[in-house]
Design a protein around this ligand. Structure first.
Ligand code: GDP
Ligand code: GDP
Length: 435
């Protein structure tokens, strides 16, 4: 399980600027994944081979950004689920009452807090920090996020923190490739997990239950072994215990990150929602193979089924490259298709692609359809080779290939996807121009 670092602070102190700065490297890596719109609340930091989930609570604020919304339940859930809080204040404005109010409120959660005194560019760092000593936080940084000052030191210390606080892994996690079963509440995740496990369901290993923890379950299917990551399980127990149902994006992100394949459930009886699309975006951002499981298919009449398919085509235009299966977790139909797809996704995601194979496909694609001239000059595609897996990367060399229009890049991507049966595998094309 990965650590969660959460940025808090009142509006306008520079939280989102910091979020963008810290997630930059990862964003650059996934910039070319199709269908992806950048998430401004949940990101990924990668420093010295360590990674963590970064959360900006600023995006959760209403437009007014007053303190009532600041203490909003969603933000408090984010604080509760964090492993480290980055509390941002402004050196320009100095210490204000709202800073203290926020701090008093989050302190009750007893999380480690680092104080980031931002907008400190025109002050001596020690002077900038001095005014905030009275808050009683031991770890302070003077930063100018907008000018990238103090960022490297912060990143180094973050890497040290991540190294010193490894998260324990659940006991079942190495049974086989991990399949994250994710989706909004009520789409049928628990029903599917129970169906897949059937008679073989072991007593769930009871992790010290915070809302953030998923349950890991061993699954045998035909001759293969898998580990199911059940994101619904703990919530269900919490529901019985407290009568509250909390949907945790962080839990879903943890499951996505730990997984080799994401099974993303969508309720066929409801319109696909923004939250469904958000979850798809998160899985793709983490470069995981995704299978869309359109569940509750039994609930629809034949005419209704066609309507739903059309609607999915429309809503999922940017994600046409994700395979879909139609299931009834309730009745157990479609499960064989699900597991066949899962096996295929795992195989394809790890498939070695030789430079020869890739170059052949590239040449065929080029012959079939040549790129348009750019400023009167033609681009030439020369050869291609693999640039690694997870996400699968194909590096394309040629003349002026960096100038290829997006439509042509999409054409190449689709061609590679078809040629190697890569449906559902995030694919990054990298273009390198030479003479
Ligand atoms: P948020 O509301 O806390 O997320 O704050 P933003 O990241 O949106 O930043 C608010 C404003 O402060 C923007 O205009 C930023 O450009 C500016 N800002 C962010 N960091 C710095 C900094 O280090 N110095 C200065 N002078 N301005 C900054
Ligand atoms: P979760 O919150 O995603 O774990 O969803 P559940 O597995 O608890 O299912 C929510 C509700 O949908 C329950 O009442 C299930 O019985 C029902 N349900 C789940 N799968 C199906 C299905 O394939 N068809 C129908 N008709 N109902 C289903």
């Amino acid at each position: 399980m990965s650590l969660v670092v959460t940025i808090i602070g009142r509006p306008n102190v520079g939280k989102s600027t910091l979020f963008n700065t810290l997630t930059e490297r990862r964003d650059a890596l996934v910039a070319d994944l199709p269908g992806l719109t950048r998430d401004r609340q949940y990101g990924e930091i990668t420093i010295q081979d360590m990674t963590a989930t970064l959360v900006d609570t600023g995006g959760m604020l209403g437009d007014e950004g007053d303190l009532t919304t600041l203490m909003d339940e969603q933000i408090m859930q984010a604080v509760e689920e964090a492993d480290l809080l980055l509390f941002v204040v402004s050196a320009k404005e100095g210490l204000v009452g709202d800073d203290e109010n926020i701090l008093n409120r989050v302190r009750t959660y007893q999380k480690p807090i680092w104080l980031l005194v931002n907008k400190a560019e025109s002050k001596d760092p020690d002077v900038a920090k001095a005014e905030f000593y009275q808050l009683g936080i031991e770890t302070l940084y003077a930063l100018s996020t907008a000018h990238r000052r103090g960022i490297t030191e912060l990143q180094n210390d973050l890497a040290d923190f991540l190294k010193k606080h490894p998260k324990p892994s659940p006991e079942w996690q190495d049974f086989g490739p991990k399949l994250a079963v994710i989706g909004r509440p009520n789409v049928g995740k628990s029903t599917l997990v129970n169906r897949l496990l059937g008679e073989n369901r072991v007593l769930a290993y009871d992790l010290p239950g915070t809302t953030r923890d998923s349950i890991y379950l061993p699954l045998r299917w035909d001759d293969a072994r898998y580990t199911l990551i059940d994101t619904a399980g703990v919530r269900r127990r919490a529901k019985i215990g407290e009568g509250v149902e909390k949907f945790s994006i962080i839990k879903t992100i943890d499951a996505i990150k730990a997984s080799q394949v994401c099974l993303l459930l969508i309720d066929a009886t409801e319109n696909i929602t923004d939250q469904d699309l958000h979850l798809i975006g998160l899985a793709v951002y983490h470069a995981k193979p995704v299978l869309l499981v359109i569940n509750k298919w039994d609930h629809l009449s034949e005419t209704h089924k066609q309507q739903v398919k059309n609607r999915l085509d429309h809503k999922l235009q940017a994600f046409q490259w994700l395979p879909r299966v139609y299931t009834s977790a309730l009745h157990g139909s479609g499960l064989r298709h699900v597991m066949e797809r899962v096996a295929l996704l795992i195989e394809r995601a790890n498939m070695p692609l030789t430079a020869n194979q890739l170059t052949n496909v590239l040449n065929e694609a080029y012959k079939a359809h040549q790129p348009p001239l750019v400023q009167g000059l033609s681009s030439q595609l020369k050869y291609a080779h693999s640039g690694g897996h997870h996400p699968m990367r194909i590096v394309i060399h040629g003349k002026r290939v960096d100038k290829l229009p997006d439509a042509y890049k999409r054409y190449l991507e689709n061609t590679f996807r078809d040629a190697f049966d890569l449906k559902g595998i995030p694919l990054v094309l990298q273009f390198k121009s030479g003479r």
